[in-house]
Design a protein around this ligand. Sequence first.
Ligand code: HSE
Length: 435
Amino acid sequence: MSDVVKIGIAGLGTIGSGVIKSLLRNKSELEKKFKFQFEILGISASSKDKERSFDVDQFTWFDKPIDLAKDSNIDLVIELIGGDSGVAYDLAFESIKNKKGFITANKALISSHGKELSKLSESSNSFIGYEAAVAGGIPVIKTLRSGVILDKIDGVYGILNGTSNFILSRMSEANKSFEDSLLEAQNLGYAEADPSFDINGLDAAHKLSIINSLCFAEFPSLESISIKGIENILTLDHKYAQEFGYNIKLIASSSKKGGNLRKEVAPTLVKIESSLGTVSNVSNVVCITTEYNGTLVLEGEGAGEGPTSSSVLSDVVDYSMNTRNYLFNKKSSDLSDPIINKDLIERCYYLRVFLADQKGAMSNLTAILGKNGISIDQVIQRGGVHLKDEKNFTPVIMLTHPVDSDSIDSAFSELIKTDLISMDPIFLPVLKDNL
Ligand code: HSE
């Protein structure tokens, strides 16, 4: 590799344009600080004519992104297209096969094809950087790839999706509806092109699967993660959760207990004053519990142009310094296929149902819960509150005593078959002893 790094960039949306502006803005400072120079040798996106925040004509335009990977003058390809198949997939594999460095913010790609990518990067001895794929501007990949490399990690938990955290914060702090909060997040450039991944927990699960591979030597997979999104949370859930002393956050966690690894993404009640409970708007937080270092807490902006571009640039610097890590901290032959563990941990749950306002309804509800081994700790039911179109149903909110998830699933299945309730009930776990 010469001292001049020749870069090709594919994908010129919010992040791609941000990376180009940031590279240009910081060029002389980076070149002074690190022993390399760089040049953007080519750019590519689906349309050249679209209005952009930088002058496209100052760079060589490639109609097809894949040609960046085939150009013998380009050393390093930066993929900011997104998606785990199609153009992004082809570009990744062609770049690595051609022994180019490859940098991406694409968590779906790294998560879905981690096994093939780690094998291929070993055989071609290529650099793959994906700091921007997890938690925006927070250097969590670097921390897990080199910072805590000698420590023993017991678990990782946190908030890994900025858009859903923004939506939940707007609902709880500004009393906004889910739909208005989502629109606001999209206008600010936080959401994915298809925001359903932000909302249904898949984006956080992609990121968790990557973190999990780095911590626990498994290939990434979504199948081994229990995934629930925020789509069924109502503004009133925030109010009731706060009455119990909690905020609702989309928590991703991977924790080891007695040889079991429990991996979950779920809207979860966290203490209002805790470090997770106070993380607002687009911020992410990652808590790493270690044997020798206690708990490390990394917090910062998890989405958007500035933070994500900054992580891409940190990978450009790593590439220029000739850093070579195994993709997930270990040789691919030392990684295992993910194990699906049964969740045996008992936790308290928040339950919200819209209960029929009729004689015996409450006793029938508690009978179903009791039959499934669920014991109630606290209850809220207020007169005069009901669903817009169904005036005969009023919200009943409960906090349970600790119970296992099988009991919760079985009570859920029984409840949805009755005419006691309108809308599916929600059961949200309560995070115990969080920082
Ligand atoms: N849509 C993602 C988020 C972007 O909101 O976290 C960063 O991965």
